[in-house]
Design a protein around this ligand. Structure first.
Ligand code: C2G
Length: 130
């Protein structure tokens, strides 16, 4: 079984995330999502509208996602790849080059980021309309 992993906050889940997860799943037979914890979001200086449990519950409804693990810090990727027998690491290409250090352990694939949609944009739209 070819295993794929990807990382992220996945706040206010939108079609950019879904497209990434759909493409990621086509890279293998099993997709693990390492979902940023609320405390790691703080470290990333990222405020998410939804907390970890809510973001996890949404991801669990997506057929492309086979497993969800927590992402607690920047440094867990190498051990995640080894511990979960990962064959392919993938992220959107806004991260291009950032994770090439994993290439001795697994394939590293950066996929085109979906333009014109982001959690930030959605939050702005929803705050204006509320
Ligand atoms: N993404 C995308 N298109 C968008 C928005 C996001 O393809 N319009 C992708 C990003 O490139 C990323 C994934 O969706 O691969 C998750 O995006 P975020 O939730 O913003 O995650 P990020 O804050 O980039 O966290 O250790 C890595 C970090 O946890 C990544």
């Amino acid at each position: 079984m070819k295993k794929v992993i990807t990382y992220g906050t996945f706040d206010t889940l939108h079609y950019g995330h879904i497209l990434l997860l759909k493409r990621a799943r086509t890279l293998g037979d099993h997709l693990t999502v390492a979902l940023s914890s609320d405390s790691f979001n703080t470290l990333k200086k990222k405020t998410s509208h939804f907390d970890f449990e809510a973001r996890k519950a949404l991801l669990e409804t997506i057929t492309y996602v086979d497993e969800i693990i927590p992402e607690h810090n920047w440094d867990q990727k190498r051990s995640d790849v080894v511990d979960h027998n990962i064959d392919v690491f993938t992220m959107g290409d806004d991260w291009a080059g950032e994770f090439d250090f994993l290439s001795d352990l697994c394939d590293v694939v950066y996929m085109p980021r979906t333009p014109s949609i982001s959690s930030t944009k959605i939050k702005k739209i929803t705050s204006k309309s509320s």
